[in-house]
Ligand binder design. Structure first.
Ligand SMILES: [Fe+2]
Length: 340
């Protein structure tokens, strides 16, 4: 495949620029034209919609507030109707959590906080266009799984660098456990995707909370607790993988019904989902994190025994504790790289 980053030429990417403030619009156009992008500048949502339906664009750059109570994020709805659909970058002077959620829901490619340096804006435009092009090429090759298994986990890790490698290790642990428990091949495949993407909703959690070095306040924890539901939303397009979404949604539930978001109990979470719950915790325990050292195996085993029937499916928890006692870390010996 052609290397998109090397062959990137702004002149091949037409940009639709939308801002109701003439001065800002002119500034944006100056920056983009200076970098070589051909563009069309408009000042309202209706004009943007008309332009999108009339001619192809490779990128839409829009202000969040467009006057008349119109929101730039809604341009994304119309952009998605186009083939190929241009990605949408939203500029905002007032970043809020609600705004980020709305942007996620509307499939906005990125949000840029104003004021922004020209170089940063251009870098974002280039990155967003390249990401969109990469995604399109992959879908043309019917390799949606490749996008899911490489781009998205990296995105999660960029948001939350303290958990580097977490998702791919959890894939290995879940797969190894699922095979031992007789989970069907089809469910194993869905479970691998769910394990890889289980924390994708963290992209909707603000950095100052996600990367906070100290303990979270109760309010901050409430925000973090929304990430399974946000993950469920982010994966809405995975219509052929309903189980993946379900298990992502349930990965913080507990056997005793004291988990979140829905306080599901016991077998209300299907076996693959319960495996993911346990594997995710196992990795968090045995790896060093910014807030704690790696736990020794004996302590991990003791926790699984203590939490059997509380946090974890009791049969699973004892199976893992027995296995770890018998074989140590080799109990989870599957290689994540060979699973796709
Ligand atoms: Fe999580």
């Amino acid at each position: 495949m052609e290397d998109i980053s090397r062959s990137f030429d702004p002149r091949r990417h037409r940009v639709l620029v939308v801002d109701d403030d003439v001065d800002v619009l002119q500034g944006l156009c100056l920056t983009l034209r200076g970098a070589g992008y051909p563009l069309l500048a408009v000042q309202s949502l209706p004009e943007a919609v008309t332009a999108l339906r009339r001619e192809p664009f490779q990128l839409v750059l829009t202000d969040l507030y467009l006057g008349n109570n119109d929101l730039g994020v809604h341009i994304a709805d119309f952009a998605r109707e186009q083939r190929p659909a241009p990605p949408v970058i939203v500029l905002t002077g007032r970043p809020t959590f609600d705004g980020a959620q709305e942007a996620l829901r509307n499939h906005v490619a990125d949000m840029v906080v104003k004021p922004v340096a020209a170089s940063q804006l251009l870098a974002t435009c280039r990155r967003v266009i390249q990401e969109a092009e990469l995604a399109r090429r992959n879908s043309e090759l019917e390799s949606a799984n490749r996008v899911l298994t490489s781009v998205l986990p990296r995105t999660i890790e960029m948001k939350d660098p303290t958990t580097s490698g977490h998702a791919s290790r959890v894939v290995g642990y879940t797969d190894s456990l699922a095979k031992r428990c007789g989970v069907s091949d089809e469910d194993c495949s869905s479970l691998r995707l769910a394990a890889l993407l289980h924390d994708i909703g963290k992209i909707g959690v603000p950095d100052h909370i996600l990367q906070k070095p100290g303990p979270l306040t109760a309010d901050e924890f409430e925000v973090v607790k929304r990430h399974p539901a946000m993950g469920y939303e982010v994966l809405a397009e995975l219509t052929e993988h309903a189980n993946v979404r379900t298990w992502v949604y349930q990965h913080h539930e507990r056997w005793d019904g004291n988990g979140y978001p829905n306080r599901l109990k016991g077998e209300e979470v299907a076996l693959p989902g319960r495996i993911l719950v346990l594997a995710e915790v196992y990795d968090a325990l045995v790896e060093e994190r910014s807030y704690k050292p790696a736990w020794p195996l004996a302590k991990v085993i003791a926790l699984f025994r203590e939490q059997a029937g509380r946090q974890f499916d009791p049969d699973l928890a004892h199976l893992v504790a027995d296995g770890l006692e018998r074989s140590g870390n080799r109990f989870f010996a599957a290689s994540p790289d060979s699973l796709f």
